[in-house]
Write a protein that binds this ligand. Structure first.
Ligand SMILES: [Fe+2]
Length: 344
């Protein structure tokens, strides 16, 4: 029935947060945690929608709810009421979001994988293009992921990503944690924010495993923080191991940003954790990649298996005509020489 197309489950419920801190693995009280949105300090718990069958991926009401919650909160959980090993629901949902809500379609990872990427430990031979290039993507390891946004080295980066749980970690690892960029931006002082928003402040290297063409640029230059639609510093792109500050002020701002992330991540009421019990097999979590930082603690189950898709690549607001530009290796080498001369 069309009127029952989208069944809202547990909207506003605060139950379901996990109890594992990434990195620290400390226990935490099983109390409810609340979600901060970009609109107000205290908002509501993550909404969970039910998709009882595959047809919901094309149901106007259901797709409309997904679009609305992504726009409002930038985070949403969906429970599939059916087995979907081929991720046909997610594929249909994204096509519907494209058709009716203006979301740009994903880029295919490859001819064989299409839009989707299997996030699971890889031991030895795989068919991935990364191993073909002698590097392993982080998502193919059991390592923890520190706080980051996905594809921070891409211009433009994807606005959304979704993770479908095919097999949850049975041994307590692989907890996904999320932290609001708006809360982070509000926590920074004005000078730090201004530097993080400078278009010439940082170089972001493209990880070696994603450089497919040796002649292609290997880095981009740009800002880490951008104002949201309300003018507040609520959009971020960040992955610490590939960011290089290009001057002293940028170095200080980056240090302050990292300290703020660690500070907020340690606050129970600032961070949400999704352990296996919060995202069992058949769950999908969707995130606005610009409004939420995420992290993962170490995977403990070699059979943990998620499927990821990213879509709606879009420039950060206000950056379309700015100094965002690609740096070639030669330019980077020249820049390094200049820095060395200054330091000497
Ligand atoms: Fe990620």
């Amino acid at each position: 029935m069309a009127s029952l197309a989208s069944t809202l489950l547990r909207s506003g419920r605060t139950k379901g947060w996990g109890c594992v801190r990434p990195h620290l693995r400390l226990g935490c009280p099983a109390s409810s945690r609340l979600l901060y949105s970009t609109n107000s300090r205290l908002s509501h718990a993550v909404t969970t929608l039910l998709a009882p069958d595959l047809s919901y991926s094309q149901n106007v009401d259901h797709v409309g709810l997904v679009a609305r919650h992504l726009e409002q909160d930038g985070i949403l959980r969906i429970t599939l009421g059916f087995r979907d090993d081929a991720s046909r629901y997610l594929e249909g949902l994204i096509r519907s979001l494209h058709a009716h809500h203006g979301h740009r379609l994903p880029l295919a990872h490859s001819a064989t994988r299409g839009w989707f990427w299997d996030v699971r430990p890889s031991f030895g031979a795989t068919s991935s293009f990364q191993t073909a290039h002698h590097h392993q993507a982080r998502s193919e390891t059991m390592d923890e992921f520190p706080w980051h946004t996905d594809c921070s080295y891409e211009y433009p980066p994807p606005r959304y990503f979704a993770l479908q749980v095919l097999r949850a970690d049975r041994f307590g690892g692989g907890t996904l944690s999320v932290l609001s960029a708006a809360r982070l931006g509000a926590h920074l002082d004005a000078a730090t924010r201004a530097t993080l928003m400078r278009g010439d402040a940082f170089r972001i290297a493209i990880p070696a495993e994603f450089v497919k063409d040796p002649a292609a640029p290997t880095a981009i230059r740009g800002r880490l923080l951008v104002a949201d639609a309300q003018g507040r510093p609520g959009l971020i792109r960040f992955r610490e191991d590939i960011v290089t500050p290009l001057d002293e002020a940028a170095a200080a701002a980056l240090k302050a940003l990292k300290a703020a992330i660690q500070h907020l991540a340690a606050q129970e009421h600032e961070t949400m954790h999704f352990a296996a019990a919060d995202l069992p097999a058949g769950s999908v979590i969707l995130l606005d990649n610009r409004r939420w930082l995420h992290a993962r603690n170490e995977v403990t189950d070699p059979e943990r298996h998620l499927r990821r898709v990213r879509w709606d690549a879009a420039p950060f607001p206000g950056m379309e005509e700015t100094t965002e530009e690609l740096l070639t290796e030669a330019e980077q080498a020249e820049q390094a020489k200049v820095s060395d001369r200054k330091a000497a």
